[in-house]
Design a protein around this ligand. Sequence first.
Ligand code: SAH
Length: 197
Amino acid sequence: MSVSVAAAGKIVWLIGIVTWYVVRYPFERRAKRARIVSHRRSNLDRFALVSGLLGLAIVPGFYLLTGFPKAADYPTRGWAIVLGALIFAIAVWFFRRTHKRLGRNWSVTLEIRERHELISDGPYALIRHPMYTSFLLMGLGQAFLLSNWIAGPAGIVGFAVLFFARVDKEERMMLEIFGAQYRDYMGRTKRIIPYLY
Ligand code: SAH
């Protein structure tokens, strides 16, 4: 029984991550057509991206393929899989909403595009970094879906490194470009959790 529940968690995670990429791909193609006029690419930001990718995709993907690290497995609970599936589904849904709203202003790294527009409504009305919120939710979902002390929490760790290595630089870049408009926006929003943080 426990073995098949664990397999269900892995399958749900796999479906979730594939769906995530299917959602991302068309936005990635479209956004890349808009010219970049300013950027804050750095080794720190590259490291941030790699951490996110490792924690949310490579470590859990390797675990699915090989079962490594097997010694870190723990018994799976049915409720954890249901909860994880729910959180992951909400994460991908919210990710799609933020991507749709951000549109051509999106970049995988810190960049300003030609005719860049400051978005402050829809998913951006209460928090400044809803796409990062969706990564946090994906990480949470992963922790419930994979009953392994390394592969499960890896997503939250990867998210945390990505977020904290990047957020100050991103906000500084937005302040430089949008000035008072972004300062006002910061005054009425939180970073990733509505009303809290
Ligand atoms: N931090 C945001 C966006 C992530 S994509 C989120 O979590 O939803 C990163 C790029 O988005 C940055 O290079 C920046 O140019 C752009 N960006 C960030 N916040 C934005 C906003 N409110 N409006 C428009 N572009 C934004």
